[in-house]
Write a protein that binds this ligand. Sequence first.
Ligand code: PLP
Length: 394
Amino acid sequence: MPVPFLDLKLQYNALKTELDEAVERIVSSQSFVLGPEVQALEEEIADYLGVPFAVGVASGTDALLLPLRALEPEVGDEVIIPAFTFFATAGAVWNSGFTPVFCDVDPDIFNLTAETVEAVWTSRTRAVIPVHLYGQVAPMAEIRELAKSRGAFVLEDAAQAIGARQRFPAARLGAGASDLASLSLDESTTSEEWLMAGALGDAGALSFFPTKNLGGFGDGGLVTTSDEALAEKVSKLRVHGGKQMYHHEMVGTNSRLDALQAAVLRVKLPHLESWAEKRQRNAALYDELFTGIEGVKTPIVASKNDHVYNQYTLRVHQRDELRGFLGERGIGSGLYYPLGLHLQECFGELGGKPGDLPVTEALTEEVVSLPIFPELTEGQITEVGQAVREFYSR
Ligand SMILES: *Cc1c(COP(=O)(O)O)cnc(C)c1O
């Protein structure tokens, strides 16, 4: 039986009545851009994540771009990002006017850390973008501490991580990102609370691209923040930089979220947690199936994290041969990502060269993502598990 890498039709079919009704509601209203539906989604997501402000925009890429534009970069100002991420993280930095500076990542959790960030910090660093890759949150306490102590902005790339959480000392709760510098990292309190991805930095970027854990019927994104002034500025930037029509305080762009996407996402949002649980169940089944296979390293979840598995990603030997073997058996797999961003042709002028970021470069040779979507059956997962085992026992 073939096992697709992702099958969105199963989710659609399960919610077809409600989704079709939502689409029909918008089409009947003929009111397609922003408006009450988008505002309702913004409120529901802000509430779900525990952030004061949420601003819907046209894509996850724009959810990164607009907060960066709001920082009003000067030529030569830098933003530190991991080299091991989707291109959009770097593209948004570049297009905002900042210079991207690439750092390496941790080999177990695939994310940047305070250490890898500090290694590339310069006097021009103004912001850091921790990417919560595959659905696992980067070590935010340490990253925030470092950034705050140096007056830099923290923008979470939570495109793959809506619903992911990280445990924080309770004393930090209620502290706005700007108050964090005054909080000591010494964890004198034992009580801890979960905070959501998107609520852990000065601002966060979500994507509703169809393959993300909360996916629309096309592109969409959202900016989260606890900073009212920033929320206001991003709301202006998404409509050409003015609150009042035809009066422009800044040069913004067109990055509005469609009412159609908001209506679809509002149907799906109440199911997000149960989908994440199914992804976690699938991951646990795989973990068990892969125990003891030499050449296969299963994903590691940091003890403070709740992973939502937008991707289930192994580190393996003979990665490309494995993918070919699976493909012959009708089993889909994904490769995120085959080349570090510091080595992309378009960033040649930044001077990155092979050997600069060894962990990223090793990962680009070793990672493979397996089907993990919520609707997979136990039988399908067993089939994938057996195929992988067979490959390594040849
Ligand atoms: C998907 C993604 C984005 C961009 O989101 P779009 O909605 O596709 O523009 C940014 N960063 C990461 C890590 C992503 O996975």
